[in-house]
Write a protein that binds this ligand. Sequence first.
Ligand SMILES: Nc1nc2c(ncn2[C@@H]2O[C@H](COP(=O)(O)OP(=O)(O)OP(=O)(O)O)[C@@H](O)[C@H]2O)c(=O)[nH]1
Length: 525
Amino acid sequence: MTRRVRNVDVDDWDDGWGDDSWGGGWGGGWDEGYAKPKPKPKPKANVIPGMAPAKAKSSAKSAPKAKPDAKPKAEAKAEAKAVKETLEAEVELPPEAPQDDRPTISLVVVGHVDAGKSTLMGHLLCLVGQVSSKQLHKFEKESKEMGKASFFYAWVLDEGDDERSRGVTIDVCVKHFSTKSRQFTILDAPGHRDFVPNMVRGAVQADVAILVVDVSHFEAGFDRGGQTKEHLQLIRALGISNVVVAVNKLDTCNWDQKVFEETKRRVNDYMVGPEVGFKQSSVNFVPLSGFSGENMLERKEPKLSWWTGPTLVEALDQLPPPPRPSSTAPLRLCVSDVYRSGANTCLSGKVVSGTISVGQKVVLQPSNEQTVVKSLQMRDAPARSARAGDHLDSVLVPVEPQFASIGGVISDRSTVPVSDTLQVQILVFETEVPLMRGAQLMCYLHTETLTATLVRLEKLIVKGETQDRRPKCLVKGNNAIVWLQLNEKVCVEPKSQSSAMTPLSRFVLRDRGRTVGAGVVLAVQ
Ligand SMILES: Nc1nc2c(ncn2[C@@H]2O[C@H](COP(=O)(O)OP(=O)(O)OP(=O)(O)O)[C@@H](O)[C@H]2O)c(=O)[nH]1
């Protein structure tokens, strides 16, 4: 990990955050690689763009007598004024938006490859008015020209050239829509086994999942080799407890109720069974066709008259609001994307706790770069602030992109630990070989992809009781406390330190393309 040292005026940062702002907590303070506080005075006109201009000015005023190389007073004053004006102009405060108190829910869409995830979500966005008929017509025409006519709804979400020509989702696509009493962010995840890491990146940002099951190829997706079970294990391990199961492509079996019931029985048995353990009350099934749109917003098909339950939109609208940390909790925005925007950097991701506002001083971790939020974009519109649960399309900050990273965190004065040595509790899934000390695995920790070495097997946990004897190896079903050494330092929040379970404490381990375990971080070194 690259850490940059930057010459920053600490006094400006202390302003408004109190004296102890940087001292406490994990990795907080002016830690390694970061400039130590220097005595006054030293405000440089061009440090920390976006800093409160009044302070910069007063610091400049309180500077001691001119050093030999100092600028003449008038010139320094003019420079400070110019900086103040630039900074004021830089923070983009949009007009106050009407308050929307509908709970926000991030929804990951998972399921075996070609189950119809993108088609279902693309069609849903059309039905709720998020896609214009002009746009849809364009997709229809272009997909036909490419010989992929049946994918035109999927094109609403599959925006990459590769995705469109291959007819598969590769990366997670983020879109928004609202129902009567909920606001949703959709994370459309890929189903192909080669892209499971991308699916995990979508799932870690989600509160709830839609599992899409294709009745026309049920066995291929459900039994060994299919992704349905693996996706269910993953979302459960990543902390998702509510699932809407879309039993899809019912048009291909003439809306046969028996097919629906049998599919429901098989999937439900697995979901509430010992391997994944969802609560029965948190699993809902909806029969539908993502392509024809039947039972998504409305039920029109006479052959589906046997169904008296909700439509997909009704089922989504009835989802319980996810629990959120208190509004006074520290800011944690998990970064899922980073890109340059002129002289600034744009980050996107989900606020998992606290609030973020335009003009707020924040820290980009793990680089520990301090900056100011210039603008926010949420649900395709400028925003003044965002709270826990909101997914931000863009947080614009006036720093170079190398200070930000996917898998990083935007924090406030109370930062998260940054570590490469983790004590974790893992549950072992399927493994070809027992996991022993020295095993090298892929580790997916929120949006980070890392390699992890199993450096110490500490204890087995049997029926909730920690055993004294240290295990020699771990096999399927074992629940154990172990130490992982990562290939680089990452932002991580041990379970004990966060008021709620955040994505910063959950991880998944994979080996040779298979998920071998998942767990939660207990402590860091
Ligand atoms: N008959 C029928 N076909 C459908 C339905 N939903 C999707 N399909 C077709 O299934 C194929 C795959 O659809 P996609 O939406 O790309 O599937 P996906 O699950 O998003 O695929 P990946 O993201 O690549 O895993 C396309 O040809 C769709 O037209 C449906 O309800 N009925």
